[in-house]
Design a protein around this ligand. Structure first.
Ligand code: ADP
Length: 506
């Protein structure tokens, strides 16, 4: 690698970092802020759920207290009613399905109503009687009692004979659920599901079905229904939390795509600059090669010219040989200049072709004639095979001659010990194939596709030891395509190469 390409590589690496590092920072920041946003959105969501639950608890407890007030007022009036206590209380119970069981005790703990205790309630009332302190009897008021699954309300009331009595009743849970919980909760607008759970976490009531729903949180009741809790559930499917999560996923997806696009763009730009750099390198090689190629024949011409001018060569045969060398080298020079000028014309889109039916053989002979000397002096075995009945082919004879010259020039240049060249023309279907084959160094398979690119040379001129400009084959391809034909190569390293120019026969 040269210093210049070293610097270029470093520059493109820096450019790559200049894009990759900010992109990475943006990615990390994006990720962190998304996580933050998700966390705070979830927090907010939980807080809203908690507020909703607290509000529901307040409302339920308020409704419950109001209901208690009414019930106790009515119970008091039942107690004051004339006639049998049992009849009055039976009628009271019948009128209030919200109460499952009612018990009345006097201060000594004697059961006044009903005549028998229910087994299931025995436990709760045993503890009730034990717990009811002297103070409660005197102060009066109400308190809630909980025991096992049961919730009961106890109140000190004025009995029929004016003495204080202890009334205790348990709720009918089904009626309570329908008349109080449902009625109260239904008025609360919430995207979540509110449910009331008993001491064992079993739902007593829920606003909607809890199938597949996720419990977000639950809060305890405070003054009433003390063992129960109010829970907030997230409905299955379209819930706010899922929406947040979906949003986050969407953001991440979009972000990922963005990063991928940036990465792809960076890689593409990098490859493009690398190609540009390669092209610049090839161009500078081209200039160096052309200058060298111009200098060699020029110095030969000059040397022989000066020798002749000085009149030192007396031998006529010698003199003729010198003239021939000068003529040959000038020819080489014009070929080279013609190639470069043509190349410039093609690049500028100014190259035109005069395509007319032309005999193939003379074109081949003319092209070969220019190489008479190098072929003979280097001991090449030349084989030209052109069938006498080969039809005329539409072509620009000069351009095809130039293409063949380039192919022959290469065949000579890239031959090693086995010096043999075969030039052949034949009809193949609707095409005419003109091929130049050598037994030279050959071209590696993976390079065969690239040798027709402009400035491309297999290996490097320094390493291969043959000067060249890397435009010869590019020119050949251009000429072939201008004739609506193509150029193909078959080659194996160490064995030789065959270049075939395919032209439409009419
Ligand atoms: P150059 O001026 O370098 O010969 P060309 O465009 O004519 O440029 O050829 C491109 C490259 O293809 C050459 O550098 C050479 O490596 C390879 N090449 C062309 N012709 C032959 C051949 N007959 N045998 C082996 N290699 C060849």
């Amino acid at each position: 690698m040269t210093r210049a390409s070293d610097i270029r590589a470093r520059l493109s690496l820096m450019a790559l970092l200049a894009i990759a590092v900010p992109a990475a920072i943006v990615a990390v920041l994006g990720w962190v802020s998304l996580r933050h946003w998700q966390a705070s959105a979830e927090l907010l969501f939980r807080e809203q759920a908690r507020d909703m639950a607290a509000m529901a608890v307040d409302k339920i407890e308020m409704t419950l207290r109001e209901t208690e007030n009414d019930l106790i007022a009515e119970l008091e009036s039942a107690l004051e009613a004339p006639g049998s206590l049992a009849t009055a209380l039976d009628a009271f119970l019948a009128a209030h399905p919200l109460i499952r069981r009612l018990y009345l005790f006097d201060r000594r703990g004697e059961l006044l109503y009903p005549a028998t205790r229910d087994g299931a309630d025995a436990a709760i009332f045993a503890s009730l009687l034990a717990e009811v302190s002297q103070g409660f009897w005197e102060r009066g008021g109400r308190r809630e009692l909980t025991g096992g699954d049961q919730i009961a309300l106890a109140a000190i009331l004025r009995g029929p004979d004016g003495h204080a009595v202890l009334a205790a009743f348990t709720w009918n849970v089904e009626v309570l659920s329908e008349a109080i919980l449902s009625r109260t909760v239904r008025t609360l607008e919430a995207p979540t599901i509110l449910a009331v759970l008993d001491a064992r976490d079993r739902p007593i009531f829920s606003k909607e079905s809890l199938d597949g729903a996720d419990r977000i949180l639950s809060v305890p009741f405070r003054e009433r229904l003390a063992t129960w809790r109010l829970a907030v559930y997230q409905p299955p499917g379209d819930s706010p939390r899922l929406a947040v999560r979906r949003q986050v996923m969407l953001f991440m997806g979009a972000f990922g795509v963005l990063l991928a696009v940036i990465a792809a763009g960076t890689v593409l730009t990098w490859r493009l600059t690398r190609r540009e750099a390669e092209m610049a390198q090839l161009k500078s090689d081209f200039v160096a090669n052309v200058s060298h190629d111009l200098k060699t024949p020029l110095s030969v011409i000059r040397m022989f010219g000066e020798t002749l001018e000085m009149g030192r060569v007396t031998d006529e045969a010698r003199r003729q040989e010198y003239y021939a060398v000068i003529a040959r080298e000038s020819e080489r020079l014009s070929r080279l200049i013609e190639n470069v000028l043509d190349f410039a014309r093609i690049e500028g889109g100014r190259r035109t072709y005069a395509i007319v039916p032309t005999a193939v053989e003379p074109v081949i002979r003319d092209a070969l004639a220019a190489f008479g000397h190098p072929l003979a002096s280097q001991g090449f075995k030349l084989d030209v095979r052109v069938p006498p009945d080969l039809p005329e082919v539409p072509m620009d004879g000069e351009a095809i001659g130039q293409a063949l010259s380039n192919l022959i020039d290469n065949a000579i240049k890239y031959s090693a010990e086995r010096k043999s060249i075969v030039v052949e023309a034949r009809v193949a279907g609707l095409e005419v194939a003109i091929s130049v084959a050598d037994s030279g160094v050959g071209i590696p398979r993976d390079e065969q596709g690239r040798i027709f690119e402009k400035f491309y040379r297999v290996g490097r001129s320094e390493t291969q030891g043959r000067r060249g400009r890397g435009v010869g084959l590019a020119l050949v391809r251009h000429i072939a395509e201008a004739h609506r034909g193509r150029i193909a190569v078959e080659s194996a390293p160490g064995e030789g190469s065959r270049f075939t120019l395919w032209l439409p026969a009419r």
